[in-house]
Design a binder for this molecule. Structure first.
Ligand SMILES: [Fe+2]
Length: 194
């Protein structure tokens, strides 16, 4: 039976252990999905996120040290469930959609990580753990940047896919539609057409 969590400090400490476990799981899953990624932009984004996960795990370890607590890591079933969902989608989706599937998995993972750090920092500030919170805020900012990177890339890849599909079925593009124009421009850039 798991030990009861009876104080806000014990809750913070448990969640810090969860954050450390989460970063370790994130690193393993990023490496797994990186192996399935096709496009170079996605591979670059995942490699950056893998490096981030190692740094965030390091930040959590330093917080344990700053607090004078022994290092603990909890398992993170939520992140494993998000990875399970990504694997199912990857199996079902056509290979040309694989990068979009992986990007959605990356966005869901980053959203969860952002939420974990936001909760930790809210509790940490209330408990006066300023040094710990500054370190955790570095990880939070980095998670938000990672989320922004993968969301931007997902928009670009989705737009390119839309234009490619429109061309395939010979649907004339309406140049008056700004969304179509943006997608066409993204498509031209992706093909190196300038
Ligand atoms: Fe992270």
């Amino acid at each position: 039976m798991l030990a009861a969590i009876e104080t806000p400090e014990a809750l913070f400490r448990y969640r810090l252990a969860l954050a450390l476990g989460m970063e370790r799981v994130a690193g393993e899953r990023i490496a797994e999905f990186l192996a399935a990624a096709e496009g170079e932009p996605l591979r670059t984004a995942l490699e950056a996120h893998l490096q981030d996960a190692r740094e965030h795990a390091g930040n959590a370890e330093v917080v344990f040290d700053v607090m004078g607590w022994p290092l603990e890591a909890e398992s993170c079933p939520a992140l494993e469930a998000i990875a399970d969902h990504g694997r199912v989608e990857l199996r079902r989706a056509d290979s040309k959609l694989a990068d979009r599937v992986i990007l959605d998995w990356a966005m869901q993972t980053a959203h969860f990580e952002v939420a974990v750090y936001e909760g930790l920092i809210i509790d940490g500030w209330a408990l006066g753990m300023r040094t710990a919170c500054r370190l955790l805020h570095e990880s939070l900012d980095s998670e938000r940047q990672a989320l922004d990177r993968v969301a931007t890339l997902a928009s670009r890849i989705a737009a390119v896919g839309q234009v490619a599909e429109a061309e395939r079925v010979a649907v004339p593009l309406r140049s008056s539609d700004p969304a179509v124009e943006r997608a066409a421009e993204a498509n031209r850039r992706a093909r190196g057409a300038g």
